[in-house]
Design a protein around this ligand. Structure first.
Ligand code: TMP
Length: 221
């Protein structure tokens, strides 16, 4: 009789725009695959056809020139709807089949952006997440911490100063996002690892692997 596969692990990268999340997600996937672990790398908002369609609505809102885009509550609902689809159709099936999931942003982005900087409050976002995604939490959330000046410089190099509807918000908004991320990490030290993201991609990757080994024990597999 075949044994049930062990459930995959769920790792999320969080941080501001330009913190290096996508690069680190890919590097981690490569390192895990080298240890014969099956990995699915995905992102939010997005990751399924429906959630990618919602991503386009969020980052390039219809009517943004005339009406300032989505209301704060509509924005939070759209992120929660995209996440619900992503969790049900991609993340849970992968984890149940023993695949590890690495996600570029997850629920803590909604808590930092919509709940913190947007002012909707943490409880409202957690309630939406409970309804939409049964409150699913990553096994480990890695917060990449990079100072505001360096982030600004990286974004100019990456996007040439072009930003989407959320990335282009004021410096004050993004400072609140960063402050809320730090607060979330401090209030849940078991669920979060904060890593200095200011070094080279390889230096940051080394720190990520140390964190993964310490918490999820990949060396032992
Ligand atoms: P990205 O640039 O990391 O792909 O993310 C797209 C934008 O969406 C980014 O500005 C952060 C924002 N965002 C939220 O405001 N709330 C969320 O829940 C998520 C996942 C992203």
């Amino acid at each position: 009789m075949s044994e049930a596969l062990p459930r995959g692990r769920f790792i999320a990268f969080e941080g501001g725009e330009g913190a290096g999340k996508s690069t680190q997600a890919l590097k981690l996937a490569e390192a895990l695959r080298a240890r014969s672990i099956k990995v699915d790398v995905t992102r939010e908002p997005g990751g399924t056809p429906g959630a990618e369609a919602i991503r386009s609505l969020l980052l390039d809102p219809p009517g943004k020139d005339s009406s300032n885009g989505w209301s704060l509550k509509a924005e939070a609902l759209l992120f929660a709807a995209a996440r619900a689809d992503h969790v049900e159709h991609r993340i849970i099936p992968a984890l149940e089949s023993g695949t590890w999931v690495i996600c570029d942003r997850f629920i803590d982005s909604s808590r930092a952006y919509q709940g913190g900087a947007g002012g909707l409050g943490d409880q409202a976002i957690l309630d939406l997440h409970q309804f939409g995604s049964d409150g699913l939490r990553p096994d480990l959330t890695i917060l990449l911490d990079v100072g505001a000046d360096q982030l600004g410089q990286r974004l100019i190099e990456r996007d040439g100063g072009e930003a989407d509807a959320i990335g282009g918000r004021s410096a004050a908004y993004h400072q609140k996002v960063a402050a809320r991320f730090s607060m979330l990490a401090q209030s849940n030290p078991q669920g979060f690892t904060v890593i200095d993201g200011s070094g080279s991609p390889d230096e940051v990757h080394e720190a990520v692997m140390m964190a993964i080994n310490a918490t999820l024990g990949v060396e032992k597999r």
